[in-house]
Design a binder for this molecule. Structure first.
Ligand SMILES: *Cc1c(COP(=O)(O)O)cnc(C)c1O
Length: 364
């Protein structure tokens, strides 16, 4: 509503439900946080050293294009550094993509349990978000394509998806792309790509290289550098050019590209994190499955556990909190009231969570 006595946000802004972050433990308590998909093995030690070194230069503006990081990513991923744009977290880049390609009267399409930032950035750009039903907590390519209209400008696809952990195979992503008009932008958000072990998965890079309407968005946040806020995207020249025109000229702080470049090259650390995750993801899935819980198969660094009822999920949440484990309730942000999302943590945390949930189950 417009108010003559004070500044009024653009239409749609106040319709946006605020982003609900995962909870942290109360100050002074020793809770273990399994609610934000952070690394249980800390950050790459090489990234940490690079960041400390960079902290000696805080009075200087950073190099505006994050060249050091783009070169490292180019080398590690076999991409032309000129096709990369870096951001203050991948959130920054997702916002820029929405602002660049969406406006009033436009629609963006996403799967119903896709990442909760997509509705926010779509509506912030004045456009409408179209939510498409999934099949058993997995994006449905045919349904996504059926939801495309003359107004559709963007498809948001987290692959693997947060909060479900499910993914689309390379063939399915290609089928989705093949069904889109060339003026529709397909945004492939590969925030959890580093953790994928499925052999039929592929990051969005090949499609980006072959097509003019696909971008891949990535982040260091789930790989040990959430606090550093480092995201990157790869796209065709015309999209990179447009994003570079509107991004903040110094949108990435000076230490971040230094830390990111070191982290990208620290293959030993990245492998160790991936192996730890794959092991405990499988282990926790096996422990919890059955027991009046169902775990949706995950390719990410968390699992989504579905309980028989929302009341049981609420009780599991409270029991875990009481035992010192903060997990993510996904009723409020995603409408999955019977679900909890649990980040893969340390061995001790995973054993603790399994113990709490399986013994709670037996007491019912
Ligand atoms: C965590 C997450 C992001 C955002 O990460 P940043 O910390 O902003 O880089 C983007 N997409 C998905 C699907 C995520 O889960």
């Amino acid at each position: 509503m417009s108010d003559k006595n004070r500044p009024t946000p653009q239409p749609g802004i106040l319709d946006i439900a605020p982003y609900l972050p995962g909870k942290s433990g109360a100050a002074g308590t020793k809770s273990i946080k399994l609610s934000a998909n952070e690394s249980p093995l800390g950050a790459s030690p090489k990234a940490l050293s690079a960041m400390i070194e960079a902290a000696a230069k805080l009075e200087i503006y950073p190099e505006g294009s994050s060249r050091v990081l783009r070169e490292a990513l180019g080398e590690v991923h076999g991409v032309d550094p000129a096709s990369i744009v870096c951001g203050n977290g991948s959130d920054d880049l997702l916002h820029l993509l929405a602002q660049t390609y969406l406006g009033e009267g436009d629609e963006a399409v996403m799967n119903r349990y896709g990442f909760s930032v997509y509705p926010i950035i779509t509506m912030a750009a004045g456009a409408k978000i179209v939510m498409v039903d999934e099949v058993d907590y997995r994006a449905d390519v045919d349904a996504l394509l059926a939801a495309v209209t003359a107004r559709t400008k963007v498809i948001w696809l987290a692959n693997p998806n947060n909060p479900t952990g499910s993914y689309l195979s390379d063939a399915e992503v290609r089928r989705l792309h093949a069904g889109l008009r060339p003026d529709i932008l397909l945004v492939i958000d590969n925030a959890y790509a580093e953790y994928v072990t499925a052999e039929d998965f592929s990051v969005g890079l090949d499609l980006v290289h072959e097509q003019q309407n696909v971008v891949m968005v990535r982040t260091f946040s789930k790989m040990g550098l959430a606090a550093a806020r480092i995201g990157w995207m790869v796209g065709p020249d015309h999209i990179v050019d447009a994003i570079n025109r509107i991004r903040g000229p110094f949108n990435v702080n000076l230490p971040a590209p230094m830390a990111g470049a070191a982290a990208a090259r620290d293959l030993e650390f990245n492998e160790r994190l991936k192996a730890h995750n794959a092991h405990w993801r499988d282990w926790l899935t096996t422990q919890l499955q059955g027991n009046r819980m169902r775990v949706v198969p995950s390719q990410a660094n968390f699992i989504m556990v579905l309980f028989e009822t929302p009341a049981l999920a609420a009780r599991a949440f409270d029991t875990l909190v009481a035992a010192g484990y903060i997990v993510r309730e996904i009723g409020p942000s995603y409408g999955i009231d019977q679900g909890l999302r649990i980040s893969i943590g340390s061995e001790a945390a995973m054993r603790g969570v399994a113990q709490v949930l399986t013994s709670m189950d037996q007491s019912l």
